[in-house]
Every structure is written in structure tokens, then in C-alpha cells.
Ligand binder design. Structure first.
Ligand code: IPE
Ligand code: IPE
Ligand code: MG
Length: 238
């Protein structure tokens, strides 16, 4: 965590929003927006490599998204499968590891298998980390951490007064990944919709009207320029 004018963010988190509205504006079915949105994922991943962003975390499916119509949920799951098949060689070529956060046991078994295979096959890479938040909710993540900590207290492995904010961080889904420096949300909405509630405590926020399917390398680099001009103080007076 460095104070003052930052360079490139080490970790960018994105709430990829606006696929449905992008499609609606064009008189297309919502799924078309998700399909074109998958191309934005590829473009942004490549832009991260080029610009030196090491960690990219994408909000792909929230715990709340399960209430959407079944056909849309299934469409999103099959797009995820397709994305994994398409991107697998790219991840290898670029020595990027795939990680997942969220309740992936909720995903259809076939998709879960493909996902876990890809995670295992790329686990040893250190050039970059792509984390997909799937069936993810920030409150559930914190609740899961509290439960795990309570179990340790019950077993006598930990005393209540030994619990610090670090203890909570260490019990989240990806304790080894640094907190995001920069959060981007597309589509004009200005809320975090239950994303990384704990980890975003000192992130810089960036909201853009652009719908996710239109968010590509150019838009990403513009956002990074904005980040570079932010002044991070972390509570200090500098
Ligand atoms: C984001 O786009 C993708 C997911 C939430 C899975 P939306 O599907 O939320 O698109 P809008 O917000 O309805 O336009
Ligand atoms: C947030 O988008 C979740 C993802 C991008 C996966 P939503 O479209 O679900 O969020 P709300 O409902 O507008 O807050
Ligand atoms: Mg939305």
C-alpha cells in the first residue's frame, strides 16, 4: 500500500454491468449483450497484460443473479464454459493463473469441473492472476469467514481477543491476493452490489456510463489514466 500519487494499479476489480441494456438498445436479446461482453473480458485481460496490471478480478455472477430467468442463467453458464475453452491457451501462453471466488458448488457440475480444471492447470503461473467472482456475494464471504473463525475458537485454536482485522482477511476466499487498488463499474450505476465489501475498503472507485460490451482497451486505459491522477492518502494528511 503506497501513499500519494499512484502508478499503475496492482489489482483492478471490475463490476461488468450493462450487458442487458446494451442489447436492448439495439433491439437484441439480452444474451447477445453477454456474448459481446465476453469479448470485452478478453480485451481487458489483454490490456492488463500490456499495461502491467498483475491482478484482475471480475464480477461475473452474483449470489443475487440466481433470481434471473432460468434461460438467462443457463445462457450465462454456457458462456462461461465457452470462455474457459476459448481462453485456456491464452492463460497458458501468458502464464496467467485462473482463480475463482464464490460458492461454485452452486454452478452446474459440468461448468464447475471445467472451471476447477482450468484453475488447477494454471495454478503454478505467476505472471498474472485472473479471478472470477461466481455465485459470489460479499456478505456471504464475510459470513463464511466469521463461521470459520468461530469454529477455530470453539476448537480452542484461537482466543476471541486474538481476532484482528488480519484474521478476517485471512479467512476470506482468496487471502493471498492483495486488496484491489481500483474498482471500475460500467453502465452508469453507482453502487457496489455486494462485491468485495471487505477488500474494497481503500480502493479508488471509477464509474463510467459505458456499457460493458463497449468497454475495451481504450476505455480501460482511460480509466487507468484517471487512477494515476488520484491521490491516495490512507488516512494520512499527505
Ligand atoms: C452484467 O450485465 C452481467 C451480469 C450481471 C451477469 P446485466 O445483465 O446486469 O445488464 P443490465 O444491467 O441488465 O443492463
Ligand atoms: C452486479 O450487477 C453483478 C455482476 C456484474 C455480476 P447487477 O446488474 O446484478 O447489479 P444490480 O442488480 O444492478 O445492483
Ligand atoms: Mg446489471
Amino acid at each position: 500500500m503506497s501513499e500519494g500519487k499512484p502508478e499503475i494499479p496492482q489489482h483492478v476489480a471490475i463490476i461488468m454491468d450493462g450487458n442487458g441494456r446494451w442489447a436492448k438498445k439495439r433491439g437484441l436479446p439480452r444474451i447477445r449483450g453477454h456474448q459481446v461482453g465476453a469479448d470485452s473480458v478478453k480485451a481487458v485481460l489483454q490490456a492488463c497484460r500490456k499495461s502491467g496490471v498483475k491482478y484482475l478480478t471480475l464480477y461475473a455472477f452474483s449470489t443475487e443473479n440466481w433470481i434471473r430467468p432460468k434461460a438467462e442463467v443457463l445462457g450465462l453458464m454456457s458462456l462461461l464454459s465457452k470462455f474457459l475453452r476459448d481462453q485456456s491457451h491464452e492463460l497458458h501462453d501468458n502464464k496467467t493463473r485462473l482463480r475463482v471466488i464464490g460458492h461454485i458448488d452452486d454452478l452446474p457440475a459440468a461448468v464447475r469441473r471445467e472451471l476447477l480444471n482450468c484453475v488447477a492447470e494454471t495454478a503454478h503461473y505467476t505472471e498474472g492472476t485472473l479471478t472470477l467472482a461466481l455465485s459470489y456475494g460479499g456478505r456471504v464471504e464475510i459470513t463464511d469467514a466469521v463461521r470459520a473463525i468461530a469454529e477455530k475458537v470453539k476448537r480452542g485454536e484461537l482466543k476471541p481477543d486474538e481476532i484482528t482485522d488480519k484474521t478476517i482477511s485471512q479467512h476470506l476466499y482468496a487471502p493471498d491476493i492483495p486488496d484491489p487498488d481500483f474498482l471500475i463499474r460500467t453502465s452508469g450505476e453507482q453502487r457496489i452490489s455486494n462485491f468485495l465489501l471487505w477488500q474494497l475498503s481503500y480502493a479508488e472507485f471509477y464509474f463510467t456510463e459505458t456499457f460493458w460490451p463497449d468497454f475495451r482497451e481504450k476505455e480501460f486505459l482511460e480509466a487507468i489514466e484517471v487512477y494515476k491522477n488520484r491521490h491516495r492518502r490512507f488516512g494520512d494528511i499527505k
